[in-house]
Design a protein around this ligand. Sequence first.
Ligand code: GLY
Ligand code: MN
Ligand code: MN
Length: 427
Amino acid sequence: MTTDFAARRARIAPQLGLTDEILLVGAGHPIPKPEISDALLPFIAHQEYYYLTGLADGVGGLVAFDPQDGPQNGWTCFMPEVTEAERVWEGRTQLPGEPMGKFSAWLAARGGRPVVMFGAPVAGVAFDAARTAVVREAYKHARRVKELGEIDLMRRCAVATADGYAAVQPFLKPGVSERRMQVELEAGYFRAGAQKTGYDTIIGVGAQSAVLHGTPSRDRLAQEGDFILIDSGAEWDRYVIDVTRTYVAGQPSAFQRDLHQAVLHAERRAIARCRPGTEWVDVHFGAALDMVGALVDMGVMKGGAQSLVEQDAHLLFFPHGVGHMLGLGVRDAGGMEPGRTKSARPALATLRQDLILRPGYIVTVEPGLYFIPALLNDPARREKFRDCVDWALVDRHQQIGGVRLEDNILVTDGAPENLTAAIPHGI
Ligand code: GLY
Ligand code: MN
Ligand code: MN
């Protein structure tokens, strides 16, 4: 399924709420590697530019929009001329668009009007930051419901990701390094046709499984009984999947099984709540309540689950939000429901979004329970939650690591669809 980007621009335009402003959206420029002056870091066209153009390689590209010229005719795509050096060294070819040299005349013809700037800011052009912040919220909201073509890309990406997770299964055992697991996992994505990983793969064995965004190491090998947490996904035409599974190298202990079961139960119930009209904060706090209830049953926490969550005690073991919008990048169009502002409550500050779910949204659902020494050994937390936790039991498990389970959910008119259900949940 191919995307008609001109049609997308025309659909988006009326939703931006522009009147006399003009809109500029820059793709950005590659950044030279600091140590090698003639080599560049990989170029990633800004998400806000890519959504309007589909030009992943549009280095230096610019989309300009004048609402007074109408939602279809108001858009102009400017593209720099490819230089001989770029053709020779990078193999770049000329992409479509008006020559960039015509942009200054386009801008001068609209002199004095406020400028809203998305994407990578255009050098030398002043813009209205306050107005930009308001219009950006409208743009994010307009992008939240996925088009069928976007969902199609996500499905392909999910298949490639499942291939990678299948490929790594024989390596989830004692004696294998995090790096080896990463290599086998990612090779599975690339064999299946994915172009990249959606983000830097996270793999942690043992205590490292509680490092939320840890980097796989050549030197850390799984030991018998270690948790192995893998958080990774493939990228397909700029669309990404974001899956987490937690396994055990060898035989799990009863405590590990209980922890895994607690997260799995919370995840299943959170996924079932992903229906139109549901407040995301309710999905989040539902998962927090379920997991705290399980920790009370396990003897780790003490008291009533509701009261513990109201005191924010869950943040000791579940210090992040239950998920985020996903698709065009691993953080896609999250943020606030129009008209809302961010809450100061610590338990809400960890949320990447405060939205009402609608059909066509794709979200991750990723509850987790972790034993993170940096949190659990903090004297202030120990004092505040002195009576909420069996600290002696916690201290016996300080090095156990953590469990996270993450799936990617399409909200529909009916039951939620789990795009990543084909990847077994482990243990
Ligand atoms: N893969 C990082 C995250 O789940 O947020
Ligand atoms: Mn993830
Ligand atoms: Mn995620």
